[in-house]
Ligand binder design. Structure first.
Ligand code: DAH
Length: 339
């Protein structure tokens, strides 16, 4: 019996077929009701008990080999035959693909820019790979000053002077160097920080920077501009400015919006205060103006910067930053009404 099985095993291994009829004949010969496998299992009943263990294993080996052969041949011919069928055009589009949806970050960026465009700002941009001057030194970060540690920077290995910008404030410097006041610009862009990825941090995200420079621009102008933004975007009537520190502004502040405490979620989002931190801002430091060739005796201005991910999280109650970057269609589909 062992010899029989071995020769069938060899036959199965060597068998080839390119059309369904040959495969079906093979199946009937081995695995059909009156096929070889059934015959062998009949013979098996007759063999002495002490051989049953070994022979049983051999028999099962053959049975598995037959099944695997059939599966392999069937899957090979089913894909093969489709591409050979001349009536099938595999390059034709399939059914309804849908048009996709705009990413929530894009929608919110557009909305924020539009609000500022309505009051006379225009959009500008700058490079993501920047030199130290535009990211730090030109913004009044002294060399070796700990303020540089506020942002964990990715450096370009081949050129230590080049970095992936850690904030869009670098575009302010470019704008001040190349244009003359009055300046009224908003600068959206991608920024990078060397941070471990978690629900609250990511090594790349997006910001919108704002800059307004003219003669006689005051802190009150800044406050009014930011209030307008908060009212247009959040529909909230109240903001507050808390003292803060940035090397490139003096005085510096953080702007909070009064979100309210009307639901349990509001308590969670605002940590029970009702206030939400939205952006950093301040009066452009005279050192920054003169470093870019603007006379601080004649001109003054304000600047602000906000994170698009954070604001989008608040708007759509998204609680994990990683959702933005995974491109899971189940997440993205929820925003299709915004297209
Ligand atoms: N660049 C700051 C940051 O990345 C945000 C910022 C704060 C921008 C104050 C400004 C500003 O223009 O005036 O966190």
């Amino acid at each position: 019996m062992k010899e029989k099985i071995d020769s069938f095993l060899a036959e199965v291994a060597a068998f080839e077929a390119s059309n369904p009829t040959d495969i079906e004949n093979f199946r009937i010969r081995f695995a059909g009701r009156k096929g070889i496998l059934n015959d062998l299992f009949e013979d098996f009943k007759q063999i002495p008990n002490d051989q049953k263990k070994v022979m049983g294993q051999e028999l099962n080996k053959l049975k598995t080999a037959v099944q695997e052969k059939i599966d392999a041949l069937q899957s090979a011919t089913s894909t093969g035959s489709a591409s050979k069928d001349p009536s099938l055009d595999m390059t034709r589009p399939t059914g309804d693909w849908g048009v996709g949806t705009r990413h929530p970050l894009s929608t919110v960026r557009r909305e924020i820019l539009e609000i500022f465009e309505r009051i006379g700002f225009t959009v500008a941009d700058g490079p993501e790979i920047e030199d130290d001057w535009h990211v730090f030194s030109g913004l009044n970060f002294p060399p070796e000053h700990p303020a540089r540690d506020m942002q964990d920077t990715f450096f370009i290995e081949k050129d230590p002077d080049m970095v992936l910008r850690t904030h869009t404030s670098s575009v302010q410097v470019r704008a001040m160097e190349t244009r003359k006041p009055p300046l009224r610009i908003v600068m959206p862009g991608r920024v990078f920080r060397n941070e471990a990825i978690s629900s609250r941090a990511h090594c790349q995200f997006h910001q919108i920077e704002g800059l307004y420079i003219d003669e006689g621009v005051s802190f009150a102008d800044m406050k009014q501009t930011l209030l307008y933004f908060a009212q247009e975007f959040f529909g909230k009537a109240k903001i507050r400015l808390r003292p803060s520190y940035f090397p490139f502004t003096e005085p510096s502040a953080e702007m909070d919006v009064y979100w309210g405490l009307n639901s349990e979620a509001d308590y969670r989002i605002t940590k029970g205060t009702g206030w939400l931190e939205i952006l950093g801002c301040g009066m452009v430091d005279p050192n920054v103006l003169s470093a870019s060739g603007i006379d601080p005796e004649k001109y003054s201005g304000f600047a602000f910067g906000m994170g698009i991910e954070r604001i989008t999280m608040l708007r759509y109650q998204i609680d994990d930053l990683r959702m933005y970057f995974e491109n899971d269609v189940r997440f993205l589909k929820q925003f299709d009404q915004l297209v």
